[in-house]
Design a protein around this ligand. Sequence first.
Ligand SMILES: *[C@@H]1O[C@H](CO)[C@@H](O)[C@H](O)[C@H]1NC(C)=O
Ligand SMILES: *[C@@H]1O[C@H](CO)[C@@H](O)[C@H](O)[C@H]1NC(C)=O
Ligand SMILES: *[C@@H]1O[C@H](CO)[C@@H](O)[C@H](O)[C@H]1NC(C)=O
Length: 387
Amino acid sequence: MTGSKMKCGFAITFAFVVLLRLGECADGSYEVSFESYYDINDGDSSPQERPLVHLPTQGSFEGDHFAINGTDINIMRFLGIKYGNVPIGGRFKRGLHVDLSHSSRKTDASKEPMPCPSFPDLDMVMENEARGINVDDCLTLSVFTRKLQSATYLDSNTAVVVYIHGESLFDGSAEEAKPDYLLKNEVVLVSVNYRLAPFGFLFDNNTHSMPGNVALADLEMALQWISKNIIFFGGDPNNISIMGQSGGATLAHALALSGKAKQYFHKMILMGGTALNPYLIEDNAEKTAIEIAKHANCRVYRLDDVGRCLYNKKSSEILRAFYNYKKEHSFNGGNKIIVGDLYNFIPKHPALMIKDPERQLNIPLLAGVTQHFGAYLISSGFLSILI
Ligand SMILES: *[C@@H]1O[C@H](CO)[C@@H](O)[C@H](O)[C@H]1NC(C)=O
Ligand SMILES: *[C@@H]1O[C@H](CO)[C@@H](O)[C@H](O)[C@H]1NC(C)=O
Ligand SMILES: *[C@@H]1O[C@H](CO)[C@@H](O)[C@H](O)[C@H]1NC(C)=O
């Protein structure tokens, strides 16, 4: 695989994803449907009791279970467990640790959680806002496992896979990872919701109201949570692989280079992406922030005005501004990794970080692209959008 082929693949994939969304948006519909190549047979619920996991600091989580279609393998799932809080006013900042004072609370973990806000989901975001929900508070993860930790001893040797979803850093959710395929093997799967696009990346280097790369801080926090809690789901905290797809692979690789979460994972799988993807590295963070703020009807004369204004907007207003900004910029910008963020995840260009001997990863790494990555380009659906 040559470098230029890879770049081209990313560019085209990226353009396609956005074109597809825009097509939908032009119809006035923001509905997203994820392609499903798995089949979770929800209808076939057996009379078994619902599985319950007790976390010492977060209370009990009641999941449910189902059989992988066509097998008698029983899987337990726990959906939407909070690993961090984004309080009102904490929108562009690192999440806060979950409240530890609820150890006696029982939470229903059988429903798909609200995904982090993205513009293809604008209608849903607006509905949730109208119901008074803090839509920024979206830091959840879902766990799929075949067996739980025994009640009497803590010891597990089941490998853990942490899935970081793709969709170019502005779309998608943890729901993309379905367990049917992976859990035919003895493995614990975790899928993470992290903040997207303007909420995950916007950067203000003047007032520091927006530190940048908050999405990476979310993933760091999720891995810290997993490292501490996965044993209660039967997973081995000393055998954790992060697995990113497309934009998710870019984030996984960036996080690994940052060195920030290295104590929380031991192997890495990059599917169709690396931190070198030029389409996902911001080259003018200040300009992007100012322009998005202008689209949100902020009165902006300089960068200092941006954060002040955007903290007072609804999330849906920021998403709409981001969407309009994207329309104007060949779908580029506002959803990219910041070089020089205030959390110091990415202090210099990833190409330089890779060369830095102190950042050598020294962990097993699997990387590649699928043979048909981007093949939808030749589908009639894609051509009809182009023409
Ligand atoms: C289960 O898998 C079979 C064979 O792959 C498929 O034909 C069937 O539609 C699936 N069942 C459900 C409930 O989707
Ligand atoms: C991690 O899990 C895999 C798959 O079960 C196993 O082959 C490997 O030996 C484990 N590694 C460690 C360090 O326990
Ligand atoms: C942020 O500001 C500092 C101090 O003025 C400067 O050294 C640094 O290069 C700036 N970073 C970015 C990414 O613009």
